[in-house]
Write a protein that binds this ligand. Sequence first.
Ligand SMILES: N[C@@H](CCC(=O)N[C@@H](CS)C(=O)NCC(=O)O)C(=O)O
Length: 206
Amino acid sequence: MFELFADSTPNARKVSIMLEEINEDYKVSLIDIDKGEQFSEDFKKISPFSKIPVLKNLKTGESYFESGAILIYLANYSGDFYGENKDLTNQWLMIQMAYVGPMIGQHHQFHHYHPGKSSFGEERYFQIAKTIYERLDNHLSHNEYLAKTYSIADIATFPWIARHPIHDIGLKNYSYLTRWYNLIKIRPAVLKGYDLFKKDEFPPLV
Ligand SMILES: N[C@@H](CCC(=O)N[C@@H](CS)C(=O)NCC(=O)O)C(=O)O
């Protein structure tokens, strides 16, 4: 049994999707980041940088921060979804953690949440997000999944691409990335994990 400290964000959905994929029981505790709940002293004890998600193993009392580290922990814990080749999975997981998430996150800030503040920021991160779509599309033109078989690398990347309506890049123009997105979007565990607060939230259609 696990407790997931989360809000409705892509980084949190990585973990709820993985927990559904490995069929683990979990409860979700809301840390409302719009209200600044991530900065409470109690939460800082389990999340030194005041970030969600955090996962707590209620049997051992151990807690884990950083979504990529949590996915690796759960893959090792369950013996599943590390893919056929761990080294390859790690590479695609790390590019998500170090680049895809942070860059698309900046694109969300400049393009969607705070437009008009910086044309430099808007243009820079729009171009970077577009390049990410192009590179993923190219890789997926000759690979079914990011690391050959469905793995934590796909689970980490999917919730970021699922925010495609606010990216305004046009996911439908990237046919291989769309094929991959649609393949993952219909997995029962993905549908359940995506709706982590049971508010009838679905991955958006392309
Ligand atoms: N690298 C971290 C990033 C976590 C992260 O940025 N979480 C965001 C929500 S998706 C957050 O907690 N934002 C609140 C804040 O920055 O104050 C991870 O993947 O776990």
